[in-house]
Design a protein around this ligand. Structure first.
Ligand code: HEC
Ligand code: HEC
Ligand code: HEC
Length: 141
């Protein structure tokens, strides 16, 4: 025979599992905000009614040599320093050299790139310059 005590333990671990799954679901449902070192690109997005683009630089740096993007694909070493638009991307330039459903997922995943909070200006997120320029602003984490 099962004791009530044992059922209570089972119920408690079930409840814990549900709480854990719920928090994971909540976390996954949150919009992706820029992290340290990410480049936010917003030359045109806001004006076009799209969220600005978050480019996770370190994520890409771990996978490709600098040369691939900054020499072969012609990306300037400057946040916002490239005139990127969707025509060029679909044409295979810039992000579109890889985000073509071949090297990486394709352009129809708008929200994976256009993920910054509306109004976020072009920047290297949490760069040293930014910190020096606004020393009183509380750190956002
Ligand atoms: C692989 C990343 C990526 C994906 C996916 C992507 N975009 Fe973009 N998009 C960019 C970049 C980078 C820019 C330039 C951002 C800027 O300077 O504001 C841009 C700019 C834009 C612009 C403004 C310039 C223009 O071409 O008019 C619009 C509108 C836009 N995207 C719409 C979309 C829509 C709609 C989708 C999905 C069908 C999409 N994007 C998917 C990266 C992407
Ligand atoms: C997958 C493509 C890709 C790779 C690989 C890559 N970069 Fe970048 N890099 C970019 C893009 C895109 C930007 C932002 C350009 C823009 O906003 O128009 C950028 C911006 C920069 C900037 C200016 C912004 C900042 O963070 O100060 C520097 C410096 C830079 N890259 C250096 C490097 C170095 C060094 C490497 C290799 C270790 C590297 N990048 C690898 C795509 C890449
Ligand atoms: C040299 C190839 C290359 C270029 C250029 C490139 N990407 Fe990517 N990107 C990748 C690959 C590969 C992945 C991983 C795809 C996967 O996990 O299926 C990726 C993943 C991503 C992710 C998801 C990161 C994550 O945490 O899962 C974002 C966002 C992204 N790229 C945005 C961009 C934007 C914006 C540009 C242009 C400014 C760009 N990429 C240019 C190859 C590239």
């Amino acid at each position: 025979m099962y004791s009530r005590h044992r059922f209570r333990g089972l119920r408690r671990s079930l409840a814990a599992a549900i709480v854990m799954l719920a928090s994971i679901a909540f976390w996954l449902s949150q919009p992706a905000y820029a992290e340290y070192g990410d480049v936010v690109i917003n030359n045109y997005s806001d004006a076009a009614g799209m969220r600005p683009v978050v480019f996770p630089h370190w994520f890409h740096r771990m996978r490709f040599r600098c040369k691939v993007c900054h020499a072969d694909l012609g990306f300037q070493f400057k946040a916002g320093g490239n005139q990127i638009n969707m025509l060029k991307i679909i044409d295979g330039q810039f992000c579109g050299a890889c985000h073509n459903g071949d090297v990486a997922w394709s352009v129809e995943n708008c929200n994976l790139c256009h993920s910054a909070k509306p109004g976020t200006p072009t920047q290297v997120h949490e760069s040293t310059i930014q910190k020096l320029a606004a020393p009183t602003e509380p750190a956002r984490k």
